[in-house]
Design a protein around this ligand. Structure first.
Ligand SMILES: *Cc1c(COP(=O)(O)O)cnc(C)c1O
Length: 380
């Protein structure tokens, strides 16, 4: 029998329907309302921070973060090269230019050394410093934030953290998403919790949060007619989506723990295979939520990740290659990039394994055994 083991599917907590029913009963079927407020409040509690604004997508959160940081046409913004395109697209929405910075091999995230080099070089080439820095916690693994923050502080450039994949990840005891001036979260269907589609922006204070809400609701000035002094966006989260979020967040910590347990199981079952490396927390101070468990395959095995992906797909197992570096995307080809080959090398060696919190141990064991036998049969 062919299995149906997906990479990362939504996982209900059981109380979503209750909150949706409440919202329907009271006719709160608009992009504001009690469930939006409650969802924000619960996120603040979870993240141990004071100002979270719920939005329609993680991409919208990054976009409004850039608006708040006054990123405009002609500006440059440093973005991690190895990431999903939604980290960089909003820079373009603002008419600004992303400047890509390669990863370091421990966390696969923004290299502090290349970040410094990129800032120095941009100042030399353009006479201006980049307007913001967007590090990403890829697959949930926290970036080297102390080093990145120190450089950002030295040059006085704000950080917009892309924590879309890292809800529940911790860096030195602090929650990812709260480590920059702004932090973006995603509740897309494949993320650690979902509102079907949604996101949030973690803000430094009440004033900023109020401004984000203003932008997110069409920048309407307080007048009896519709009047706008600045451009607006329709980015607020629907109250129905927020009701789903209220249910989802009740299980958030359990979902994080489950993904970590899945990762441990993969580690136990795969790390003794020669040529396979399961990505691990590089130190005790970094605690990934392991949104996706990932492996690297040594090219010396002769095994090509995409061939393994296809073989697994035949058994009903969904896997995915790593994010393709942004500097290799046609629509970003003309952007400055500071690379040393790390992201490209990870891209050609890596594979993301099924990691959804609703998968059973038996599913994970089946995946690991299928990988083991494929490698046994195909290695050179
Ligand atoms: C999912 C994701 C986003 C975008 O979030 P959406 O809610 O899908 O708009 C941004 N950055 C990264 C790294 C992501 O994985």
């Amino acid at each position: 029998m062919k299995r149906n083991i997906k990479l990362s599917l939504p996982h209900l907590s059981g109380s979503e329907q209750k909150y949706i029913d409440e919202a329907m009963r009271d006719c709160w079927i608009v992009p504001l309302g009690p469930h939006v407020d409650e969802f924000e409040h619960r996120l603040e509690n979870y993240l141990r921070c004071s100002q979270v604004v719920a939005l329609s997508a993680g991409t919208a959160a990054i976009h409004l973060g850039l608006v708040m940081l006054d990123v405009k046409a002609g500006d440059e913004v440093i973005v991690q090269d190895l990431t999903f395109s939604a980290s960089a697209n909003p820079v373009r929405y603002q008419g600004a230019t992303p400047v890509f910075v390669d990863s370091e091999p421990d966390t696969w995230n923004m290299s502090p050394d290349l970040l410094r080099h990129a800032i120095d070089d941009r100042i030399k080439v353009t006479g201006r410093k980049p307007k913001a820095i967007i590090p990403v916690h890829l697959y949930g693994m926290p970036a080297k934030m102390d080093e990145i923050r120190a450089i950002a502080a030295e040059y006085d450039i704000p950080i917009l953290e892309d924590a879309a994949e890292a809800l529940g990840s911790e860096y030195k005891g602090r929650m990812c998403g709260t480590l920059g001036r702004y932090g973006a979260l995603s509740f897309n269907g494949n993320k650690i919790i979902t509102t079907s589609g949604g996101g949030a922006l973690v803000c430094p204070g009440a004033e900023e949060a109020a401004r984000v809400k203003f932008y997110a609701t069409q920048s309407r000035e307080n007048r009896p007619y519709y009047y706008h002094e600045v451009i607006g966006f329709n980015y607020r989260l629907s109250n129905i989506s927020a009701a789903i979020g209220c249910g989802q967040i009740e299980s958030l910590q359990a979902r994080v723990e489950r993904r970590r347990a899945i990762h441990r199981l993969y580690s136990e079952m795969l790390s003794d295979i020669e040529g396979i490396t399961v990505q691990e927390n590089p130190s005790d101070e970094l605690s990934s939520n392991f949104w996706l468990s990932t492996i690297l395959i040594d090219p010396a095995t002769g095994i090509i990740p995409d061939n393994l992906r296809l073989a697994l797909a035949e058994k009903g197992i969904e896997t995915r290659l790593l994010w393709r570096p942004m500097h290799m995307m046609p629509f970003f080809a003309d952007c400055p990039a500071y690379t040393d080959g790390t992201a490209e090398s990870l891209f050609v060696r890596g594979l993301c394994l099924p990691s959804g919190s609703s998968l059973t141990d038996e599913d994970i064991i089946f995946v690991a055994e299928t990988i083991r036998s494929y490698i046994h049969d195909h290695r050179i």
